[in-house]
Ligand binder design. Structure first.
Ligand code: KIV
Ligand code: NA
Length: 277
């Protein structure tokens, strides 16, 4: 398969060909996404939760995200790789945001970076990064990095004020130079209002039909423990399979069943004699 480019993604939107995006955080999930032939892979800061065990995305650092992004990049050949810029790595200034974005391209090989929000300062960051020649994926609606300020991890755009803000921000990030926009946890009716006004591809998550969809891979494979967001659909139950596999191994070691004769190396008699001597 040929490498997925921004141009290809724009063509897909024009042809109404759905764009498939999934998160990945390491080499095997990157490989999984590549082999499943998804169009876009997001090294999400959701990795703070699903692979690093934090209870929010704000704790993950740039250095940690660079490790994850580099591993994903090594597993992905053709899909378009987007890296999340973590909380605190773009807030200080446009200069800080550009410097962070450059690291994800140079050190991890990302094709684009994603940053949350569509307020004035965020638009300035989007402009600065795009002008530096790095494609920007914007993210509006529920923006988990600032969830505390939004009143928690909850759907946005359900009040008149919030719906108007989402429409305003989605249009503003496009004007600021974003190449793609993710809309998260917004009523489908609200997302549908803004969709016809966006020339850039729109990737939805909990936002109803859009040009494409994204889900957290640990959620869709059933690795995430406990309750997931209402918009998640499970396509596997890998978590229980992982536990069952390790538990079966533990049982066999404890029962003297593993290792069996087929799992040991053979040696010459001379080698055994020498070992005894
Ligand atoms: O970090 C992430 O996984 C995301 C997607 C849910 C859009 O930002
Ligand atoms: Na994210």
């Amino acid at each position: 398969r040929a490498k997925v480019t921004l141009q290809r993604l724009a063509e897909m939107k024009a042809r109404r060909e759905p764009i498939v995006m999934v998160t990945a955080y390491d080499y095997p999930t990157g490989r999984t996404a590549e082999q499943a032939e998804v169009d876009m892979v997001l090294v999400g800061d959701s990795g703070a939760q699903v692979v690093l065990g934090h209870d929010s995305t704000v704790a993950v650092t740039v250095d940690e995200m660079l490790v994850l992004a580099g591993a994903v990049r090594r597993g992905v050949r053709t899909a378009f790789v987007v890296a999340d810029l973590p909380f605190g790595s773009t807030e200080v200034s446009d200069e800080q945001a550009v410097a962070t974005a450059v690291r994800f391209v140079k050190e991890a090989g990302a094709d684009a970076v994603k940053l949350e929000g569509g307020g004035e300062a965020r638009l300035s960051r989007i402009r600065a990064i795009a002008e530096a020649g790095i494609p920007v994926v914007a993210h509006v609606g529920l923006t988990p990095q600032t969830a505390v300020a939004l009143g928690g991890l909850r759907a946005q755009g359900r009040t008149a004020e919030s719906a108007a803000r989402i429409v305003r921000e989605a249009l503003a990030v496009q004007d600021a130079g974003a190449s793609i926009v993710v809309i998260e946890a917004v009523p489908a009716e609200v997302a549908a209002v803004v969709l016809p006004h966006l020339q850039i591809p729109v990737i939805g998550i909990g936002a109803g039909p859009a040009d494409g969809q994204v889900l957290v891979v640990h959620d869709l494979l059933g690795i995430t423990e406990g309750k997931t967001a209402a918009f998640v659909k499970r396509y596997g139950a890998i978590g229980p399979d992982m536990v069952a596999g390790v538990a079966a191994y533990a049982r066999e070691v404890r029962g003297g069943v593993f290792p069996g004769a087929e799992h040991v190396y053979s040696a010459t008699e001379a080698a055994v004699d020498a070992a005894r001597a």
